[in-house]
Every structure is written in C-alpha cells, then in structure tokens.
Design a protein around this ligand. Structure first.
Ligand SMILES: [Zn+2]
Ligand SMILES: [Zn+2]
Length: 126
C-alpha cells in the first residue's frame, strides 16, 4: 500500500513539474489521468494539498479562482493575465520584512502582478 502511494505521489509530482502553466488540481488530474487512469481525482487533490503543506510544491492563491500549483519552489514572482487567467513566472522580487507586522508572525510572501498575457495583448491591440 505504501509503495503504491509513493508511486502515485511521484507520478503526480512529475506531472506537475512537467507543466509550466501553474495548473489547478483539476488540470493536473486531467494530465495524470491520461497516462495513468487508475489514479483517482481525490488522490490527485489530496497529494497536491499534502505536498503544498510539506513545502515540496507551492500553492498559489490568486483570489476567486481555484488554487494553482507550482513545482518551482525557489523564490519567484508571478504575473496573472486578467483576461484569460494565464499565470507565468517572473524573476524574484526583493522584499524585506516590515518592522511592524501588526502582531503577525510572518511565514512567507507572494507577489502576483496583474496584466495581460502576450496573446491577450495582441487581441486587445496593446
Ligand atoms: Zn491572457
Ligand atoms: Zn511559478
């Protein structure tokens, strides 16, 4: 049982890392399911959530939409297209923690730019 779980976890991790579009859990499931029909939807959702908690992958909360996952965990910024929702990586942003945290213990940060992707820019003539 443990062996099968580890194998499925590895499959899901590799599928995520091979996708460069910061997929939702549903998109990762579609990808994994194509080659490995035995892997269930609930397993994919559970494994992704677990790996994000363990810090093995990133979960991006972009507001409103489903969480997106990212196999790249080194610090980097993101940009999200406000029209089609495409998410891409940007170089890391230098941030220093504020002196006054309002009593919060800071554990991390996320920088998400909004804008238009190249395809939507062309469409909009910008
Ligand atoms: Zn777009
Ligand atoms: Zn990313």
């Amino acid at each position: 049982m443990e062996g099968r779980n580890t194998l499925q976890k590895e499959l899901i991790y590799r599928a995520l890392c091979a996708m460069d579009n910061h997929p939702t859990a549903a998109m990762v499931y579609d990808q994994v399911h194509r080659d490995h029909p035995a892997v269930s939807r609930s397993t994919v959702y559970r494994v992704l959530a677990r790996m994000a908690e363990e810090g093995k992958i990133l979960r991006l909360e972009l507001g409103g939409s489903d969480s997106r996952y990212d196999g790249t965990i080194r610090p980097h910024g993101h940009v999200r297209c406000r029209i089609c929702g495409a998410v891409a990586d940007l170089p890391p942003v230098e941030l220093s923690a504020p002196a006054d945290t309002g009593g919060f213990l800071l554990e991390g940060w996320a920088v998400i730019y909004r804008g238009l992707c190249p395809a939507c820019r062309r469409q909009a003539g910008q």
